[in-house]
Design a protein around this ligand. Structure first.
Ligand code: SF4
Ligand code: SF4
Length: 230
């Protein structure tokens, strides 16, 4: 098993463990504000203005006003930590960008006002073949071949010159300035943010799991309200 493959497997294992811990911690907070004497579960259907429905509203309020703010604060700390690292100019991210969308799809998204897609198609062009892309970061492409069933499209930036330098560095768009903006991105070891990624990864995973879990709670609680209306 190659190093990248084992990194990804470790990430999945770590995420599963972190997800379970976050799930228990959020359940504890939900249960802590359950009205005394109330029988039933947070996902039950309750009568309007009943203790059960008040509990559900309090939980939604806690997600909105407490937990979401905690997530946002911690995310800002992760981005602050990033300032201690800098780009080493290895050029991998300019030479190999991946997307689940084809060039045509990205152009359509850009036309429909998607800002990220608009910047992306403004700089990147598609590789003519997967083999061309493989030359840049072979481990990564091999891993995708083995582990991702959906189509992945590979791009490179023509503004990268022969010395692996950006020929329009001062005017590079925000997506270049911000990269990498998430410690859950797979980065090559040559990247100056690799150590940031390693340091921030557990917290980023915890925040990601919390977003997933509160999204699940919200959806299920709102569904109980729909059931009540019908
Ligand atoms: S514009 Fe410059 S920094 Fe951005 S991807 Fe192209 S070469 Fe890299
Ligand atoms: S992969 Fe990292 S070090 Fe390399 S050019 Fe991109 S941001 Fe800089």
């Amino acid at each position: 098993m190659n190093a990248l493959n084992s990194t990804v497997n470790n990430m999945k294992k770590m995420y599963r463990e972190i997800f379970m811990k976050s799930s228990d911690a959020i359940k504890e907070r939900v249960d802590a504000i359950k009205p005394e004497g109330l029988e039933g579960d947070i996902f039950d259907v309750y009568e309007p203005e009943s203790k059960g429905q008040m509990w559900q509203s309090a939980v939604l309020d806690m997600f909105e006003n407490d937990i979401s703010h905690e997530i946002f604060r911690k995310w800002k700390e992760i981005l602050k930590l990033r300032e201690n690292y800098s780009c080493k100019g290895c050029a991998t991210c300019c030479n190999l960008a991946c997307s689940e969308f084809s060039y045509e799809e990205l152009k359509k998204k850009a036309q429909n006002g998607d800002k990220f897609a608009s910047q992306f198609v403004g700089i990147f062009v598609p590789y003519e073949s997967r083999e061309e892309a493989r030359k840049v970061y072979p481990e990564y492409i091999d891993l995708l071949d083995k582990s991702v069933d959906d189509e992945v499209y590979f791009y490179h930036c023509p503004k990268l010159n022969d010395c692996k330098r950006c020929s329009d560095y001062e005017n590079r768009p925000k997506i270049c300035r911000d990269f990498p903006d998430n410690p859950l991105n797979i980065l090559p070891e040559s990247c100056g943010y690799y150590e940031w990624r390693k340091t921030a990864e557990p917290v980023a995973m915890m925040l990601h799991s919390m977003v997933e879990i509160i999204g699940y709670y919200k959806q299920k609680i709102l569904l109980t309200e729909d059931k009540k209306v019908r």
